[in-house]
Design a protein around this ligand. Structure first.
Ligand SMILES: Nc1nc2c(ncn2[C@@H]2O[C@H](COP(=O)(O)OP(=O)(O)OP(=O)(O)O)[C@@H](O)[C@H]2O)c(=O)[nH]1
Ligand SMILES: [Zn+2]
Length: 331
């Protein structure tokens, strides 16, 4: 079945049935302004988004070329929209693995890695760190150690899309829908092509001359892989990765700091200049400072965003429990 290759399974089938809405189930593969591409059992169709705010990866109901409903998301990568912290943008949904790309041949920005990792944990998917372009790295092991120290508990590995080195260990880590996120030029599209096994996406090589490898991928496309049910979503390189409602993501990303904080002499230790601070004794000052910065940023973004986010979350939770009640009734 065509839809199986996009990850259609009993979970989505049950939710679709419970929605009891006319139309076909499908998965959004790409979003343009006001319209999107949807994989259905009739192939890829174009549909108007209508009143629905859909993103790549959503499972939807398509009725006469219009999105008639969106099935509750299992996970979603959400960032604060660029330039404003009061609205958010969903980059991709129903993702199982978030692969964060860090190029081996550019200056390492661990603060940015921590941001991406928090965003990934928050999505509900499992993050994996990928040091890309390992054929160009001078010290891949050193870089792997550094990114691991910025993300305790997150697997990190080095790959080269050019030589194929590390690709098998990388694919072993992947499940279901894989989203590639990372800065512009860090090798996301090239790696997606390796997973897909063909030159399906534009990469920097093609248009390097005119765009200097920056912001080459303009659309977030979901593409099935050879393994049934596995798909990959390539995302455009982001200029800013603002966090919003990221308490849980920050908690996971900085779990080492939060664990050590229990051993500080003072209960309200700010891990600044206090004596007997277990955090200062064990953690890089850069990481402590970024922890505080991201906490503050998230606090302000979340406060402004909360009213909107809460009402949406509540509506989604209500919809899900309504569908689940119907699912059980129909059994
Ligand atoms: N040597 C080497 N170059 C690579 C590798 N992977 C990607 N590149 C090159 O790095 C440049 C950027 O790669 P892309 O895959 O377009 O990067 P991207 O992250 O998708 O960039 P955006 O679409 O702008 O976000 C291109 O010139 C690629 O050919 C690799 O494994 N080794
Ligand atoms: Zn302390």
């Amino acid at each position: 079945m065509f839809l199986d290759s996009y990850g259609y399974d009993s979970h989505w089938h049950d939710l679709f049935q419970a929605l009891d809405s006319p139309g076909d189930p499908g998965r959004v593969t790409v979003v343009d302004r006001g319209a999107c591409g949807v994989a259905t059992s009739h192939g890829i169709v174009r549909a108007r988004s209508g009143r629905h705010d859909v993103c790549t990866g959503d499972w939807v109901v398509v009725d006469s070329d219009t999105i008639a409903g969106v099935l509750p998301r299992r996970s979603a990568i959400v960032r604060a929209s660029a330039g404003t912290t009061s609205t958010s943008q969903t980059l991709a949904s129903n993702v199982d693995t978030v692969a964060i790309t860090v190029a081996a041949d550019t200056e390492l920005d661990l603060g940015r890695v921590e941001r991406y990792v928090a965003l990934a944990w928050d999505s509900g998917a499992t993050p994996v760190l990928v040091v890309t372009k390992s054929d160009r790295g001078l010290d891949n092991d050193g870089r792997l150690d550094a990114v691991r120290s910025a993300a305790p508990g997150v697997a990190a590995l080095a790959v080269s899309s050019q030589t194929g080195s590390g690709v098998d260990s990388f694919t072993d880590r992947l499940a279901g829908t894989v989203a590639l996120i990372g800065p512009s030029g860090s090798g996301k599209s090239t790696l997606a092509n390796v997973l897909i096994g063909e030159q399906a996406l534009d990469t920097g090589t093609v248009r390097q001359a005119d765009s200097k490898g920056r912001h080459v991928t303009v659309r977030r496309e979901l593409i099935p892989l050879a393994t049934p049910g596995m798909t990959v979503i390539d995302t455009p390189g982001l200029r800013s990765v603002g966090l919003v409602s990221s308490e849980e993501g920050l908690h996971q990303t900085f779990s080492d700091i939060e664990a050590l904080a229990q051993h500080c002499r003072f209960d309200d230790c700010a891990h600044g200049s206090e004596p007997g601070c277990a955090v200062q004794e064990n953690i890089d000052p850069r990481r402590i400072a970024n922890y505080h910065r991201l906490q503050r940023e998230n606090y302000w973004a979340t406060t402004r965003h909360d009213a909107r986010a809460n009402s949406r979350r509540l509506a989604e939770a209500k919809q899900l429990s309504k569908l689940q009640r119907r699912m059980y009734k129909n059994r």
